[in-house]
Design a binder for this molecule. Structure first.
Ligand code: FES
Length: 167
């Protein structure tokens, strides 16, 4: 864990090298950091605040205001529930609630075992299949709560199979 944190700090310093210490660079810097780590570690946000000579709370406010930024590490599998108009009309909220209930996390969060993270997305262009959930870039059509159970069961079976193969 400590090695991981040292590595994060080192990589952050490399990212910040050559970037002008201007407030308007805050969002591009956060984007680069998220690109590198998949989320914004809190230690990095403090580092950025120091680098730009900004109060910590300013960096945190920007990171929480824009939903392009994640504050927790991504899971092994990403669940993206479409909240576009067609999916909303066909029960996108019910689908989202089903994912949240099954995984016991909300949008922007990751399960404690780091297997899944959930987020919402705007229309993914497959409205005829609404309500849609994109799981690991695969579009799951008509993703009602029953389908949610089926998708999760598949992952569970796959995981059990992998664990058996390991032993
Ligand atoms: S609104 Fe969900 S795919 Fe278009």
């Amino acid at each position: 864990m400590i090695n991981e944190e040292v590595e994060i700090v080192e990589k952050t310093k490399t990212i910040l090298e050559g970037i002008a210490r201007k407030r308007e660079n805050l969002i591009p810097i956060l984007q680069c950091i998220q690109e590198e780590f998949g989320y914004l570690p809190s230690s990095v946000m403090l580092e950025v605040a120091q680098f730009l000579n900004l109060p910590d709370i300013d960096v945190y406010s920007v990171a929480t205001f824009y939903n392009q930024f994640r504050l927790t590490p991504p899971g092994k599998h990403s669940i993206r529930v479409c909240m576009g108009t067609a999916c909303h009309v066909k029960g996108g909220q019910i689908t989202l609630a089903a994912w949240q209930r099954r995984l016991k996390i909300g949008p922007g969060e990751t399960t404690p075992d780091h297997e899944f993270d959930i987020d919402t997305v705007a229309c993914v262009g497959c409205c005829a299949m609404a309500p849609v959930t994109v799981v690991d870039k695969k579009v799951e059509a008509k993703a009602d709560p029953t389908r949610v159970d089926g998708i999760l069961l598949n992952y569970q079976l796959q995981r059990e199979k992998e664990e058996k193969e390991k032993n």
